[in-house]
Design a protein around this ligand. Structure first.
Ligand code: MSP
Length: 521
């Protein structure tokens, strides 16, 4: 079996229900996966939930329940339904409480212990339960409000806890040179470049060994350390391994060979260091290849701060999809925010872009073109005669849109891929305005010209259906079914989207419902 393009999302803490920041990561990973599928490559998306650790445990206890019941309920009622809400086509969903994961984590730990990468030691530090991470002094800021006079975590604005522990350590410090050499030899391993630079200077400043176990005297919601049942595994060590445990590392070498190394691991920038420093070091220790790329995207901000449920700034994804639909959700976040940069969400901006770009720009282009074919040619695709310069120009823009979008996706510039595709929406709208098919229709001698214009517009719209399929799967499926009835959009390779042969002359067009109905305020 050949290698699939393997994409992962972070696995999400189930201490609360998802907000649009989580959905943002999911959508980006899904668009990349679908894009590669549309190229005709095998592609595979893994997502899931991170269920162990103190943060989840405390939330469960705070809700008067045990962590297993809590996570079962939240996964079933909130996290799995999220995938439907935003139309994610994942091939697997891993929960870290599953047996397949727990046994593989233990196998991995035992291997590192046996090969001398894990030792027992003691440690004192400032722990942030929100991040599930020991913090350096430099990661802390002065508290405000209830926490005036205390040092607090810069991300969670909550005090850290002083912990003094004897536990097991991973020899992360041994990997400093190997990691730097890997970054050097693989310049796109960490993207975007700003993220890469930050990680490189962090690693250059020196790495400490990493505490990877917790004494059960403190809490025991985690995976047992295989050689010492008085300790459980540190939640991040457990969680990072999901990317290989789900891929069959422990028990399915054939499957593993088709997936690993992952082609792109999409993460928020807050968790980049775990993925670009600790994770490749763990893999190197086990003799496995690091992923090909770790991409740290920006944050959705509210009032200049990272949107979060704990700060009560989270918006539930279905608040948006109930009104605008999943395609608009996906389109909006992928187009409006440069992938890799922070961005602010606003209802006004969403509403304005939905109506201007989706309803009037793209949706209306499709519906009026089909309406004209219905009116002037009884709904049957007319044949094009020789193409004029204006028609050739549309073809050229379509070809440039496809190649530009493809190049952008290879650089993981999702917003740019959409912008390049959009040049064809603008071109087609302009083309129709200039060609005035409604004027041509009044003159019987211009029948051939009318046919050519509408054929050209339909071919262009078919190109758009393919280009936008990874971003707006539902609308493009409906549109393609109307202009290419009986044809399978999934089977059209994106590279061939502008070959100008998708819409067949003589075909009776299907019905098209309004793709992006107006939303009343
Ligand atoms: N459980 C860890 C990840 C372990 S991966 C081996 C975790 N979970 S999380 O639920 O807190 O966050 C998961 C992802 O959601 C992160 O990539 C994070 O950046 C993303 N987001 C959470 N809030 C976000 C925004 N406000 N904006 C964009 N992404 C956000 O970290």
């Amino acid at each position: 079996m050949s290698k699939s393009f393997y994409v992962t999302t972070p696995i999400f803490y189930v201490n609360d229900a998802p907000h649009i920041g989580h959905a943002y990561t999911e959508v980006a990973a899904d668009v990349l996966t679908r894009w590669h599928a549309q190229r005709g490559e095998g592609s595979y998306l893994l997502t899931g939930t991170d269920e162990h650790g103190e943060k989840v445990l405390r939330t469960a206890l705070g809700n008067n329940t045990d962590p297993k019941s809590w996570t079962d309920k939240l996964v079933t009622e909130s996290w799995l339904p999220l995938l439907q809400t935003i139309d994610i086509d994942n091939q697997d969903f891993i929960r870290t409480t599953e047996e397949r994961h727990k046994s593989a984590v233990q196998k991995f730990l035992q291997q590192l212990y046996d090969t001398g990468f894990i030792y027992q030691g003691s440690f004192q530090g400032n722990y942030c339960v929100g991040c599930e991470e020991y913090k350096n002094e430099g990661d802390l800021i002065d508290g405000s409000g209830d926490y005036v006079g205390e040092r607090v975590c810069a991300i969670h604005s909550k005090p850290v806890e002083k912990l003094n522990e004897t536990n097991y350590f991973f020899k992360l410090s041994e990997f400093q040179d190997k990691l730097l050499a890997h970054y050097e030899a693989n310049p796109t391993f960490i993207q975007p470049d700003s993220a890469r630079n930050e990680v490189v200077s962090f690693v250059r400043s020196g790495l400490s060994d990493l505490s990877i176990s917790r004494s059960k005297e403190r809490f025991d919601w985690g995976i047992d350390i295989p050689w010492d049942d008085s300790h459980i595994t540190y939640v991040w060590f457990d969680a990072l391994l999901n990317y290989v445990t789900a891929a069959g590392w422990a028990d399915d070498p054939e499957k593993f060979a088709t997936l690993w190394p992952a082609d792109i691991q999409v993460v928020g920038k807050d968790i980049l260091r775990f993925h670009a420093v600790i994770w490749p070091a763990m893999l190197m220790a086990a003799g496995l290849q690091p992923p090909k790329q770790v991409f740290g995207h920006g944050w959705l901000l509210v009032g200049g701060e990272k949107m979060s449920k704990s700060k009560l700034t989270g918006i539930a994804p279905n608040q948006i999809t109930d009104q605008f639909g999943s395609d608009a959700f996906r389109y909006y976040f992928m187009k409006a925010i440069g992938f890799g940069s922070d961005g602010s969400f606003s209802w006004e901006d969403l509403n304005a872009r939905y109506h201007a770009e989706l309803a009037n720009g793209f949706g209306n282009l499709a519906s009026r073109t089909i309406a004209m074919v219905n009116r002037y040619f009884d709904g049957v695709v007319p044949a094009a005669s020789s193409l004029t310069e204006a028609d050739q120009q549309v073809v050229a823009v379509a070809k440039a849109a496809v190649s530009g979008a493809e190049t952008a996706i290879d650089k993981v510039q999702i917003h740019e891929a959409i912008a390049k595709s959009w040049t064809l929406v603008d071109e087609l709208n302009n083309y129709i305005t200039v060609q005035e098919p409604w004027v041509l229709a009044k003159d019987e001698t211009k029948r051939d010209r009318l046919a050519t214009v509408l054929n050209t517009a339909l071919q262009g719209i078919s190109t758009l259906s393919v280009l936008f399929a990874p971003v707006m799967p539902k609308a493009t499926k409906k549109l393609y079914a109307a202009i290419c009835p009986g044809q399978d959009l999934a089977a059209v390779k994106i590279q061939l989207a502008a070959d100008w042969n998708l819409v067949s002359t003589g075909t009776k067009l299907g019905e098209l419902e309004v793709l992006f109905p107006r939303v009343e305020e």
